[in-house]
Design a protein around this ligand. Structure first.
Ligand code: ZN
Length: 181
């Protein structure tokens, strides 16, 4: 705190040597939030974001996540979003079974709120093709339309993507199903 007021930064030459890293940033963020110091809070958030990019592969990342999701008295949603985004970007490595990420996996597995946030982020990130929904091809039997199209999932009503724009119940479309993949 004092170092911030003197230098407008909180990582002096000594702190840089210690590997507090993201954990330190998260703690400074919490203190700044508690004592209503918005400049310091913003600085800690920026540092934390930089840390997520450069330290996601180190144990600092797991320590920071552990801290963020056990801290109950600070609104640290912003930092939580940062770590979930980093997980989204490096999921293959982090969950790949490499021993280097053991600590991350351990924190992930025991922190329900964090693992739920990761699942959501990863599910939304999945390209359509990799989802398990089969593609079904229909032919539009509306007068002179004859549009052929493939769709995923079965809503109650389906709109023809062709120029006819017919909205029909799935019972109707099922009669004109050409192919299921
Ligand atoms: Zn049509």
């Amino acid at each position: 705190m004092l170092s911030y007021f003197y230098t407008h930064d909180y990582r002096g030459p000594n702190l840089e040597k210690c590997d507090g890293g993201m954990l330190l940033d998260a703690r400074v963020y919490a203190i700044a939030d508690k004592y209503l110091i918005p400049d310091l809070r913003a600085l800690a958030a920026t540092r934390f974001e930089e840390g997520a990019q450069s330290q996601w592969s180190t144990p600092n990342f797991a320590d920071a996540i552990d801290e963020l999701y056990t801290e109950r008295f600070v609104d640290n949603r912003k930092l939580r979003e940062v770590v979930v985004e980093a997980v989204r970007n490096h999921a293959t490595e982090l969950f790949g079974g490499n021993q280097a990420y053991e600590k991350f996996v351990e924190v992930h597995d025991r922190t329900g709120e964090f693992s739920a946030a990761c699942s959501k982020a990863l599910a939304l990130n999945m390209p359509r093709g990799s989802q398990a929904t089969p593609g079904i091809t229909y032919r539009c039997a509306n007068s002179r339309c004859d549009m052929r199209f493939t769709t995923h999932g079965e809503p109650e009503y389906l709109t023809c993507p062709g120029s006819c724009g017919a909205v029909r119940h799935m019972d109707w479309w099922r009669q004109y199903c050409l192919e299921r993949k």
